[in-house]
Design a binder for this molecule. Structure first.
Ligand code: DDH
Length: 292
């Protein structure tokens, strides 16, 4: 137990940068895990801890990190995220003063930035909550559904169509796992680099239903090595979603800009403004921007 946790310790931006750096080490040190990076699964943890927000009741979101508790940790949508939570436990041991909500969202920021994505403005202030603050199952999107469902889920968080599409571009990263969601495979050929390839591939490839025993998903006709979920494909079918998806396919800078804004907001859902230690969010430095 660090003396810092016992006394009144007010961490500075430099202290949070140390945590960021430690997370970045772990992201890169993934050995044979998946595609050689923990970045995607860490981003998914940050997103699922934030995306439970409901603006009407002002419940859920990243403030209390309630995914630490059952039954939220056992919700179907969170299958496999124990990998990310256990990894972050190592960082928590080293920096016991950081709250889980700050740690998990900072991990999402580090994952995006270290995998070549845009800067994600971030600030600390989340506090550890209790199990009774956990949200009911069903607040995160169901991949088998369509445009109405996407709007229902994301409007509830306070996002609009453009932001829904911008956020969905996160599927440039990582892969679906048979033993987690039931789906299978990566969305892009570079699942550990942040690019707008998710949008490009949506329009450039021909997507057909995969013939298998698993849940309904698309595969690219040409290589049969990539996948799209029904909720991904609908971004090319719904008129309003399509307009934004096309714009992001044609302009990576535009997507980076909109993705950064939307993710920054996503990670702050459910956190009272008064809890933040700074009114102006910080830009954390990437590992390669710091002296070795
Ligand atoms: Fe996602 N996502 N996601 N997703 N997601 C999965 C994996 C990853 C949906 C379903 C799935 C976002 C939106 C949606 C990431 C980030 C984000 C998987 C596969 C499913 C299923 C899980 C597994 O088997 O391991 C659906 C549905 C939506 C939606 O309706 C919009 C958003 C907004 C983000 C974000 O980060 C902002 C990432 C990263 C992964 C890859 C995880 C991994 O382990 O690799």
């Amino acid at each position: 137990q660090s003396a810092k946790a016992a006394t009144h310790f007010t961490p500075s931006k430099e202290d949070y940068q140390k945590v960021y750096n430690r997370i970045a080490d772990l992201v890169a040190d993934a050995g044979d895990y998946d595609d050689g990076s923990y970045g995607p699964v860490l981003l998914r943890l940050a997103w699922h801890s934030s995306g439970t927000y409901d603006k009407e009741s002002n419940t859920g979101g990243s403030n209390y990190a309630t995914m630490r508790f059952e039954p939220e940790s056992l919700h179907g949508a969170n299958a496999g995220l124990n990998v990310a939570r256990e990894l972050m436990e190592k960082v928590k041991q080293e920096f016991p003063w950081i709250s889980y909500g700050d740690l998990w969202t900072l991990a999402g920021v580090a994952a995006i930035q270290e995998m070549g994505g845009p800067k994600i403005p971030w600030r600390p202030g989340r506090i550890d909550g209790v199990a009774s603050q956990a949200t009911p199952d069903g607040r995160l999107p169901d991949a088998s559904q369509g445009a109405d469902h996407l709007r229902q889920i994301f409007y509830r968080m306070g996002f609009n169509d453009q932001e829904i599409v911008a956020l969905s571009g996160a599927h440039a990263l990582g892969r679906a796992h048979r033993d987690r969601s039931g789906y299978d495979g990566p969305w892009t050929f570079s699942p550990t680099t942040v690019t707008n390839d998710f949008f490009k591939l949506l329009f450039d490839e021909k997507w057909v239903w995969k013939k298998w025993e698993g849940p309904k998903q698309y595969e690219d006709k040409k290589t049969k090595s990539l996948m799209m979920l029904p909720t991904d494909y609908v971004l090319t079918q719904d008129k309003s979603f399509k307009k934004h998806a096309k714009a992001y396919a044609e302009d990576q800078d535009l997507w980076f800009k909109d993705f950064s804004k939307a993710v920054s907001r996503l990670f702050e859902l459910g956190v009272p403004t008064s809890q933040f230690v700074t009114s102006e969010p910080w830009i954390m430095a990437n590992v390669d921007e710091q002296p070795a």
